[in-house]
Design a binder for this molecule. Sequence first.
Ligand code: GDP
Ligand code: MN
Length: 349
Amino acid sequence: ALKPASPPTTPNPDSKLPPATASGERMNATFVTLARNEDLWEILKSIRSVEDRFNRKFNYDWVFLNDKEFNDEFKKMTSAIVSGKTKYGLIPTEHWSYPDFIDQKRAAAVRQEMKEKQIIYGDSESYRHMCRYESGFFFRHPLLLDYEWYWRVEPSVKFFCDINYDTFKFMAENKKKYSFTLSLHEYEATIPTLWDSVKNFTKMYPQHIVEGNSLKFISDDEGKTYNNCHFWSNFEIGNLNWLRSQAYLDFFELLDQAGGFFYERWGDAPVHSIAAALMLKKEELHFFNDIAYYHVPFTHCPTGEKFRIDHKCTCQSTDNFDWKGYSCTSKFYEINGLPRPEGYENEQD
Ligand code: GDP
Ligand code: MN
């Protein structure tokens, strides 16, 4: 005779959605994706990967944001595979346009110059609006005001190992505010004066710089210069209330006024990272070593075969970027006094 399957531990309140299998309470958390309609087929692959490895067990919501209206096909296809509720938000024009203090002719001249120098995305206007939006506005979108925690997901990313626990709950229980899987050095040419603005910020708002921070992660000379290390922001699990704090808002406002999002090509990764390194305690940052992740062209694959077997991983340890020369993760280990995992030597360049 057939044996009945055991009932799900936590039936999903919306009967159209599949049941979650992980028992217990959920955090006030959501996935968040900034995307264009034409990103549909690549974001579907990312969502499938997140669902298979994590979210089918937890059924967290997913918020999609766009500077244009999402079309019906985008909504239909994404809502079909997200196991939680899906929400679709239009970005207000004020958050995706030039502030009045920006000289648009100067910005256009910079794009031309950077194009000739072949700086990555140097000639792109939309990329700059995107970086500024991710730096200063996504967490203030009305759809995100309802949440405390977010997990950012981009098109074309992959997750390689099972995640069997609630990462949001982990963040809360361990008093974490910001996290990463990959870290690396930023291209100097995209941020020539970013550190000058950071120094202005620390002078103007000394009260926002916390004791026991991670200055050593971003500067090798006690703050004189930036070493270009940053957490890669295409993956983030973080606390939205921190980004909405006066400290972070003052930081963003000062950077925005300096004009570097348009007169240079400041990325949201160094912006978030510098903020996290200066305005959070060391202990509030977390390296998710157990979240195996790929965003072109880098992979984080946990060192150690036993872990990869136990979590049904599909990544190859030789692809792991952590211990290679261009990564900053070994610096993160160093400043936090973390012991390197056994076998890391085999994964260096
Ligand atoms: P990269 O990872 O730095 O190469 O940049 P991506 O092309 O992946 O863009 C980063 C994120 O912003 C992704 O989630 C994109 O889908 C999204 N994005 C980039 N440009 C735009 C845009 O012009 N409009 C919208 N709505 N999303 C964008
Ligand atoms: Mn990307």
